[in-house]
Design a protein. Structure first.
Length: 324
């Protein structure tokens, strides 16, 4: 799918956990012309926590596809699974033409996804839910295999000389995050411990990691599962006097700069912009041409790929625009 530079286009949508607060966001400068197909409305409902810039990148991808496809995008998010289900119900009540949803806690979303399908609304998954999307009847899924990405990171650590890794999970019960740490533990030849923190409270995250590093000086690698947690972990390493290094999953602009500076070793990139873009574009293609991305049988994988000192310069210019 070719993407070319185009002028920014603002789209009205919902933001915040309430799902009712409207905002206008720029679609960025990535799109591919504009379709002449009839206007349709697509809802994207994610489990994004407030303030996590990773999700801003997913949203920018969705907005770019919406701009190209003549789609009105309604975006809403809530990290509480029950409230996220309510946002999907809101989309059903609005009789949207399609729904893109993340399934971080799939059991909580199962019933409302069935309601959407019974209402004749096509549903695709993105980012979270690779293990359940077919079972729950979704048309397609866009994301990475979190177990595979965790195994890849664990294998990469074997080449760094690390012996004792601490895997930090910022949301307990999130299947994606647990699969990442489980994957690391499976392939990393050293010891892997798990630490749970409250990802919505960064001062608490910093103090919890700091305390753990002070308690156990044998920890020589901190593995985080998101860019904001990684950046906070570097502060914990400094404050604790630890010699541990930090590696992470997922990127944002500041994280890319940290890799350039050497304070972060590397990151696993799942290309969130692409996830948002393909989720919206796939619904447009399904509605206008009956297409099934992945044939309705296989997920469309957007990762994992590593960003480190060897290739960070090539990624940085896109990260500066908020699209990587």
């Amino acid at each position: 799918m070719t993407m070319a530079l185009a002028a920014a286009l603002t789209l009205a949508g919902c933001s915040s956990g309430s799902g009712g607060k409207k905002a206008e966001e720029s679609a960025g400068d990535v799109s591919a012309g504009k379709a002449s197909t009839p206007r349709m409305t697509i809802a994207m409902v994610t489990h994004a926590p407030s303030g996590d810039t990773f999700w801003d990148t997913i949203r920018k991808g969705a907005e770019a596809a919406a701009a190209k496809d003549n789609v009105k995008l309604i975006y809403s998010n809530d990290e509480n699974a029950g409230d996220q289900a309510n946002l999907v119900q809101n989309a059903i009540d609005q009789k949207v033409d399609g729904i893109a949803v993340t399934l971080a806690k799939p059991d909580a979303l199962k019933d409302v996804v069935v309601k959407a399908e019974k209402a004749g609304i096509p549903v695709v998954g993105l980012n979270a839910g690779l293990g359940v999307w077919k079972r729950q009847g979704l048309l397609s899924f866009f994301g990475q295999d979190e177990s595979v990405s965790g195994e890849a990171l664990g294998s990469k650590l074997n080449g760094t000389g690390a012996k004792h890794a601490l895997c930090v999970i910022q949301t307990q019960g999130d299947v994606n995050l647990q699969e990442r740490c489980d994957g690391v533990k499976k392939t990393f030849s050293g010891t892997t411990d798990t630490l749970y923190v409250n990802g919505t409270d960064m001062p608490s995250v910093k103090s919890t990691i700091t305390a753990k590093l002070k308690q156990d000086s044998s920890i020589d690698e901190v593995v985080t599962l998101g860019a904001p947690i990684a950046l906070t972990a570097t502060q914990s390493v400094s404050e604790s006097g630890s010699k541990a290094k930090v590696a992470t999953f997922d990127l944002n602009k500041a994280l890319v700069s940290a890799i350039e500076e050497g304070t972060i070793q590397f990151a696993v990139d799942q290309q969130p912009f692409l996830q948002g873009y393909l989720a919206v574009d796939s619904l447009w293609l399904y509605k206008t041409n009956g297409n099934f991305s992945g044939g309705g049988q296989q997920p469309v994988l957007t990762g994992p790929a590593f960003v480190d000192k060897s290739n960070v310069e090539a990624v940085a210019r896109f990260a500066a625009k908020g699209t990587r």
